[in-house]
Design a protein around this ligand. Structure first.
Ligand SMILES: [Ca+2]
Length: 150
């Protein structure tokens, strides 16, 4: 009986899970989905506190998986880890500083840098569900990403 209870406790806490509680795994990374709306810097700092970063979406496959998750969770526009702020006008993933050459998914007409003030990347922008450059001070839901073995 004690063994069964112990097993149940272990299962409930998911001791052997590769990802933090409530996070989902996809191809070597864990993803946490946070519904509260915050600006890009707060989202980025929060992910850092959780041992991760805003997501670096480096493939069509990862992009489509994340979009399906956001749809299931009924998320709207959501922050990802792209920024053109550090090197103004150059889009790159932060903090890796890889450029977008492997994959990008801009909506038609984006990035358009409205009012010369759109330096952060939001994904899942309606209605096309692609990427958009947005003012970093806008408040959006966000995703955190960390390696499975982190
Ligand atoms: Ca824009």
């Amino acid at each position: 009986m004690i063994r069964i209870v112990l097993l149940l406790v272990l299962a409930a806490q998911c001791v052997f899970c590769a990802c933090p509680n409530g996070w989902k795994e996809f191809k070597g990374y864990c993803y946490g989905f946070y519904p509260e709306k915050v600006n890009w810097l707060v989202a980025s700092a929060s992910c850092n506190l959780y041992g991760g970063r805003l997501p670096e979406i480096d493939s069509e496959q990862r992009d489509q998986w994340l979009l399906a998750e956001l749809t299931a969770l009924k998320f709207g526009e959501t922050w990802a880890g792209g920024s053109a702020r550090l090197h103004v006008g150059k889009w790159e993933w932060v903090p890796s500083l890889r450029d977008f050459s492997r994959h990008s998914h801009w909506n038609a007409g984006e990035p358009n840098n409205v009012a010369n003030n759109e330096y952060c990347l939001e994904i899942n922008q309606s209605p096309a569900k692609g990427w958009n450059d947005k003012a970093c001070t806008e408040e959006r839901q966000f995703i955190c990403e960390r390696r499975v073995d982190a």
